[in-house]
Design a protein around this ligand. Structure first.
Ligand code: PHB
Length: 360
């Protein structure tokens, strides 16, 4: 019995027509080859197993050594990383799938142990987040970051531009700019973490400037119809806060219309973050004239209902895709789902990564 009709209506996302609306969310798994944070055959197997997703958004990937905040996450700045990603994109394409890369700079969510020459992590302002960084020597308290100087901003934008061009060289079908979950671009967007007094801080027009300039640079390389953006207006994860999320993120969503992007991807809720029941995601969606991907705690039934009701156009699934490589066919048939094992989410081997069973 097919339980999910709306999820299986084809949809145009930028340059592509997707056969279903079931998106694999970007998921940090900390399993790149060392040294060098290089994607390899194990990662290619994992993504190939999940190629029936309407679109895979590959895990957050640092755009530079400075953009790294967790041990063993992959990069997209070295020749070896580009070659490694080529294994992944070839495997997914061979299985008939589409795959975007998520471009990531963590900003203050890092540690000198993860930074070139033991440098301080950078951020819009020298404001420390609560929590710990995952280093090769275990968890270490986050540090107070160094505020980026105005003349460093073009270099940050350049890191995104180069990463987009590397993603093309690696065979990706597009990129998602990670402006969510308390990492660098989100640190600029929200006023709890951005206390700058230059053109990149203060009012929301200024706080959104870096994101909009990054999008412009990425779109020049990639094309707008192969570029998406991810935001998380109310996610408190990584010590994030904002004084007026509805007003500020409505503005950001509306500004995105100037580019003609492939999609807007919204983290509506996350297990670790405090929810804001007052936030109106439909109002946010209505600001943006393009496909809206919802993410956070959906199952087949709630995703189908949300699409049918026009509250979103597509839904991204994270934990369910970790545990169910054949999530699309399970949704189609209403089959039972495997249970994800949190102990093997981050780091490790094929166990808890490529060994979840499929139905057939
Ligand atoms: C994480 O590693 O916990 C993580 C990474 C990227 C995100 C969110 C969480 O966007």
């Amino acid at each position: 019995m097919q339980i999910a009709n709306a999820l299986f209506k084809p949809v145009t996302v930028g340059r592509y027509t997707l056969p279903n609306r079931i998106i694999m969310a970007p998921l940090t798994r900390c399993r790149s080859k060392q040294p060098g944070d290089i994607p390899w055959a194990l990662n290619a197997d994992y993504y190939q197993q999940r190629a029936s997703a309407g679109l895979i958004i590959a895990e957050a990937t640092q755009i530079s050594p400075q953009g790294k905040g967790y041990a063993y996450t992959p990069g997209i700045y070295s020749a070896a990383q580009i070659q490694g990603w080529r294994l992944v994109t070839d495997a997914v394409h061979g299985a008939g799938g589409l795959i975007f890369l998520q471009l990531w700079h963590v900003g203050r969510i890092s540690h000198p142990d993860l930074q070139p020459d033991g440098a301080l992590p950078v951020a819009p302002s020298a404001i420390k987040a609560e929590g710990e960084a995952f280093t090769e020597q275990g968890f270490k308290p986050l540090v107070t970051p160094r505020a980026l100087a105005p003349d460093e901003i073009p270099g940050i934008i350049g890191q995104y531009r180069t990463a987009a061009s590397n993603a093309l060289a690696a065979g990706f079908d597009g990129v998602e700019i990670h402006a969510a979950n308390g990492y660098l671009l989100d640190q600029f967007l929200r006023d709890g973490s951005n206390h700058r007094t230059d053109a990149y801080g203060g009012c929301i027009e200024n706080r959104a400037r870096l994101l909009l300039e990054v999008i412009e640079a990425v779109v020049e390389v990639m094309g707008a119809d192969k570029t998406g953006v991810r935001l998380s207006p109310i996610n408190a994860f990584n010590s994030m806060s904002d004084s007026a999320p509805q007003q500020h993120f409505n503005y950001v969503a509306e500004q995105l219309n100037r580019f003609g992007l492939a999609y807007l991807h919204i983290v509506e809720r996350m297990a670790a973050g405090a929810d804001d029941d007052d936030f109106d995601f439909v109002a946010l969606k209505n600001q943006f004239k393009g496909p809206y991907i919802a993410n956070g705690g959906y199952d087949a039934a709630s995703a189908d209902a949300a699409i049918a009701a026009g509250r979103c156009d597509l839904v991204a699934f994270g934990k369910l895709f970790i545990a169910n490589p054949d999530l699309v066919s399970r949704f189609k048939t209403g089959a039972a789902l495997n249970t994800p094992d949190p102990d093997s989410f981050y780091g490790g081997t094929a166990q808890g990564y490529t060994d979840y069973p499929t139905l057939v």
